[in-house]
Design a protein around this ligand. Sequence first.
Ligand SMILES: Cc1ncc(COP(=O)(O)O)c(C=O)c1O
Length: 378
Amino acid sequence: MITTESREYFESHQYTSPRLFTSLRRVEENYRTIASALKHATCFYAVKANPHPEILKRLNAIGAYFDVASRGEIEQCLAAGVPATRLSFGSTIKTPDAIAFAYQVGVPLFVFDCLEEARKIAEYAPGAAALCRIDLASQAAKWPLTAKFGCAPDDLLEQLPYLRRLNLTLEGVSFHLGSQLEDVGEWPWALAEAKRIVTRLRTEGIEAPRLNVGGGFPAPYASFTGGLERYCQLVAGALEDAFHDTPVTLMCEPGRAVVADAGVIEARVALKSDRRTHNGAHWLYLDIGVFNGLFEAYSEGIQFRFASDRPSGDPLSPFVISGPTCDSVDVLFEKKPVDLPAGLETGDRIFILDAGAYTTSYATIGFNGFPPLEQIAA
Ligand SMILES: Cc1ncc(COP(=O)(O)O)c(C=O)c1O
């Protein structure tokens, strides 16, 4: 959505290059929506989705917890005033230096998905609390988190005797079904599998094992119209169904759903070409593409919505949307052209909606000389 705050900002500040305006009010609302629907879970905001200092400060001010992926993200949180005790080092791929740094500043929770990473945690964060990430990834996610992460649940069970001998405190398991998981029907099977593992951990003496259900909560892109609150209520219901008779300590790690619809990008049409594709769509080249903010449109995974200043009654025409660089992967929507006003011209303003997640954090520093995406958060 084009928030009133973003419109005011764009109208009152001269345009030089694509910019993302993120509404802190909306970020806070989204965090509260998730946290209150999943009221039995501690809600860790996944910093990677958008680490702008003002976002971290705003969430810190309401007592939020944070999931971090690197020493850099830990430092960003500390600089925003977040106490280290409210951080979880959720990446399964951590350098020894990063683990030692996290431990030294007081980060209390670490995640691993293989024995070698567990050994590293035991060595560089001796005695620390740890979760094992199990692979419950769903191919239904629009931005899947594939086999790169998570061990097979049964491998964890086999390795338990060995893990027990390491100098770390195994507290439970984590999983992430995949980002932008719109089909809430994917949750029950994953929770049933998580319950099987958690039940076994209880027999090993972990009384209320920690269960981190990850992120994946969907943002309102073109492909999802279900509403965040409703989705979270359905997940809460699935959690209740699965765990009403099994005590667990729940946590979740939403990133995208907290920030996506708080952000809107203002960009320009760099070129409206008279060339057409074989199915008759014009090429519309923007001054933003996969290298300066819209990486997730690559392969058309995330379906951003677009708007323009043209009157709403203007006839629409299909456009292939492309970025401005000299690289042919820098095409945003070709298989599924986007309907926009036929009268659009070079220089026209374009808004990219729900663009607050994984845009500034995925942008390059200046491929082809195009500046990285600027962000204002207010
Ligand atoms: C470990 C971990 N937690 C949380 C998230 C946030 O996921 P999402 O933005 O889909 O909510 C991610 C995303 O990649 C992740 O890797």
